[in-house]
Design a binder for this molecule. Sequence first.
Ligand code: C2E
Ligand code: CA
Ligand code: CA
Length: 562
Amino acid sequence: MYDELYHGEKKRKVLIVDDESINRELLGNMLMDKYDVIYAANGKEAFSCIESSKDKVSLILLDLMMPVMDGYEFIKLYKEDKKVSQIPIIVMTSDADSEAEIIKAGAVDFIKKPYSMPEVILARCERIIDLFEKKRLIDSTKIDELTGLYSKEYFFEYIKQMRESGFVDEVDMDVISIDVENFHLINEVYGHSKGDIVLKRIAEILEKQVENRIGIAARSDADTFYMYVDSIEDYQTLLDDMMKEISSISDFPASIRLRMGVNKTIDDNESPQKIFEHARMACNLVRGDYIHQIGYYDRALHDKQIYNEKLVADIDASIRNKDFVVYYQPKYSIQHGDPILTSAEALVRWNHPTLGMISPGDFIPLFENNGLIQKLDKYVWGCAASQIKKWKDKYNVAIPISVNVSRIDIYDPELENTLIDIVNAYDLKPHELQLEITESAYSDDATRLVEVVNSLRKKDFEIEMDDFGTGYSSLNMLTTIPIDALKMDMSFVRNMHKDNTSLKLVELIIDISRFLDVPVIAEGVEEQSQLDTLRELGCDIIQGYYFSKPVPAEEFEKFFVG
Ligand code: C2E
Ligand code: CA
Ligand code: CA
């Protein structure tokens, strides 16, 4: 395919630049069969040679020590000339120590003098020509329209070819991912055209980077940019410079913050997609972080990822084998004399066959990210429902259990049917299986949440608003969403006796619950003093280590069996 594009059967043109005729001839003889060879005796001649050549020159073989215009100067001028600088240069040198310098200056490869092994030299020339022709082909077709950078697909393809050609073997490359902090806000507040200006400016800066260093850049999607460049240490300066430049966009009121992920631990066996996924992961580490703007993909993150991959791979088998165990934590009503057990919260644990006991903090966020949480939640809801039934049958007590409904579940069109099937299967009333929905689900998609909650309540399910007080939308939400209980976020109780603001917030939340005429549940109560204060303030229900940690079902029985 590439051959057709580049003058069909015709030989490609190679320019040899050397002041010593014996060297020109030696090299020329090696290449003559395969290439159309032309010659120049110094840099100046080389320029006019390229200028006057009818056909495109595919490769320049350049000597460094020459009169009139030497190789170094040629390279310098060559880089300034857009047309000429598209042609790859291989430097011929007897000075092996200057390798790095030569590559940095802008040559793509070098050949050692005196010449030995013609077949190696020929292979090198072929490889470089092929690589650059492919690059040009990509350049001409696969460009992101808005920014002029490579599209992601071709960027990856190009990296693959760079690696296959051995081009990057001599050079350490960094894998960089760049994002604009809160880009959607820029679009929303200032309009899409302003957003586009920001993206274009970032692209220009990256373009300059890869021109001055060795590498390529791409826009991956939306506001995510990728760069594959020779390694440097100091990315903070680069990032600061970028932000300064972007902020200089005229009449742009907000300051733009960028974040960056750097992956230096490149494993050659991993695909370009993978190494950039890692850089992106590192970049996400510093999302919303106002102190650090650069995240590094390091050993710890790598291990964490492997661990996460294992968890994802094992979830199905573990559901089948009942490795997920549901624990129950009691909730007590405290306003009338001795505390009375009112209900329990179902909290899942993973008794992993090889990794041991894993707490939900380690796998719930992961499964929320990839949607697997839906499976697990259904399983937990089923366990909780069957537990209510078991206690009814065995002890003739009806203990409602609340289950956690993940924000992801809210988007499941089958949510309501699933829940109805579960309560029916165990002959329960919907209000016996209470649903805890985290307040932050409201900021994801308020309209959706209100719809779902309304619909579930019509079917007699009771909704507890979990982690209440942490989302910015708290008050706003309560006027639009009907609920059956407020669960105050644990942080308020934890800090209640440490700072006055938290105490005031506890009072406020209890006031809100009175206004709404729903009970308020305080989580994370560990000490008598906390319980006393909460009781005084009028808090209705308490959950926390003060009464008990979450425990297995059999152990929970002690709370209601006399
Ligand atoms: P959450 O829903 O806010 O649950 C309360 C967490 O606080 C539980 O942590 C509980 O063990 C802990 N806790 C209760 N009392 C105290 C106390 O007095 N002191 C302290 N320090 N902690 C207390 P756990 O079990 O580790 O669960 C963490 C989170 O994982 C839960 O937060 C919930 O968001 C999520 N989760 C647990 N099980 C499930 C589940 O089946 N489905 C979903 N979607 N999420 C779940
Ligand atoms: Ca909860
Ligand atoms: Ca909570």
